[in-house]
Design a protein around this ligand. Structure first.
Ligand code: NAD
Ligand SMILES: O=C(O)C(=O)C[C@@H](O)[C@H](O)[C@H](O)COP(=O)(O)O
Ligand code: ZN
Length: 366
């Protein structure tokens, strides 16, 4: 097992990474304060062995299973209400601990429920998708979607610990593995050109679920995210670079009503659009843009937005992005591979050209 810390001013917390961690009683119970535990997961994950393994490791606690419907479309008020209903029915006290067993949808909702329940219960992240292991379980962004905007309702609320059992990735569908790789590639682009080179040389191993390659990618991703979050927990500045590709990506997800494209797929196409915009501004050259596009394609991710989305659709949805300030859109763009900035300082023509660009043709050329 390998561990690292998310160092925060108020309370730091550990991330544990290794195979078989779901069966480690001492590790799992180390961060539980009271006698009650609510295990929050979804219908699909509930059918896999992980929930039973967790229950076995938590023998002796008063356990409540909370099984949610599966899917991004359920990351909403109704599902959140179900978590509160179950907690209250089982008379969970404020000292309870919620454990999120699943992907980012379960993690974001469980964290938000924990932030609200009796004004703040504890929670632990046990992520089971690559995306959740490298991104959503770390950093304390919790929340739900609104029909008019992605993650529009939520709270910054940090977990007690993040426990990443890399063995769970063996059952993950291929499409979900690729979706997670979109956020992994993001870290290379925004903060670490060497990691980008590592991903280029290990992409085949990652897709083949080579345990060592996956553990290295997860560990480096978590370290980069922890280091950024530590500087700016509530996104008043630098943390926004974790949003590379998300302004365009969230527009895609909102436009589709959530769940048609996976979050990671929308982020991949959105990243390509942010790279094209960086190229329009002459910040990165064509070779850098094409290199990143090639890596996304090798990870089996889309680099073109959905064919049915117009420039007007993008503009309408992007206007409700959380990074909009005083009515001005701010975008995360690349100065060079490994160096991202947040900027509102671009001509409208650069954005127009980015939205009008023919991404399908680029894909055909690569
Ligand atoms: N809070 C953050 O910082 C943050 C960061 C990135 C993404 N997110 C959010 O995370 C969500 C996306 O998360 P996701 O990609 O994990 O999607 P997800 O939570 O929908 O999980 C993907 C699918 O995989 C299934 N699954 C999970 N673990 C499995 C396993 N081990 N084996 C087989 N199937 C498994 C799930 O049931 C689901 O069908 C989005 O809502 C996104 O907005 C949040
Ligand atoms: O942790 C962050 O900060 C991120 O931006 C990580 C993103 O990958 C993630 O999708 C996050 O949920 C987006 O946050 P939002 O504030 O743009 O909704
Ligand atoms: Zn994301």
């Amino acid at each position: 097992m390998h561990s690292l810390q998310v160092p925060l001013p108020e309370r730091s917390y550990p991330i544990y990474i290794g195979s078989g961690l779901l069966s480690q009683h001492e590790l799992l119970t180390r961060h539980i304060g009271g006698r009650q535990v609510a295990l929050v997961t979804n219908e699909s994950i509930g059918k896999l062995p992980y929930l039973a393994q967790l229950e076995q490791s938590l023998q002796g606690f008063e356990l409540t299973r909370i099984i949610l419907p599966d899917g991004e479309a359920y990351k909403n008020w109704q599902t959140l209400q179900r978590i509160f209903d179950e907690l209250l029915k089982a008379r969970h006290e404020r000292s309870t601990t919620l454990i999120a067993l699943g992907g980012g949808v379960v993690g974001d909702m469980t964290g938000f429920a924990a932030a609200c329940y009796q004004r703040g219960a504890q929670f632990i992240q046990v992520p089971t998708t690559l995306l959740a292991q490298v991104d959503s379980s770390v950093g304390g962004k919790t929340g739900i979607n609104h029909p008019l905007g992605k993650n529009m309702i939520g709270a910054f609320y940090q977990p007690q610990a993040v426990i990443i059992d890399t063995g769970t990735l063996q059952t993950l569908p291929e499409r979900e593995l690729s979706a997670g790789l979109a956020e992994v590639i993001k870290y290379g682009l925004i903060a670490d050109a060497d990691f980008l080179a590592f991903l280029e040389s290990h992409m085949d191993a990652l897709l083949a679920r080579d345990e060592q390659a996956l553990a290295q990618a997860i560990s480096r991703s978590c370290a980069i995210k922890a280091q950024i979050v530590a500087q700016d927990e509530r996104e008043s500045g630098i943390r926004a670079i974790l949003n590379l590709g998300h302004t365009f990506g969230h527009a895609i997800e909102t436009h589709q009503g959530y769940g048609t494209w996976l979050h990671g797929e929308a982020v991949a196409a959105g990243t390509m659009m942010a790279l094209q915009m960086s190229h329009e501004l002459d910040w990165i050259d064509q070779a850098a843009r094409n290199r990143a596009a090639g890596l996304l394609l090798r990870a089996k991710l889309p680099i073109a937005p959905p064919a049915d989305m117009t420039e007007g659709d993008f503009m309408r949805h992007m206007a409700v992005d959380k990074k909009v300030q005083n009515g001005r859109l701010r975008l995360v763009l690349l100065k060079k591979p490994g160096k991202a900035v947040i900027s509102a300082d671009f001509p409208a023509t650069a954005l127009e050209a980015t939205l009008a660009f023919d991404y399908q043709s680029l894909q055909a050329q690569l």
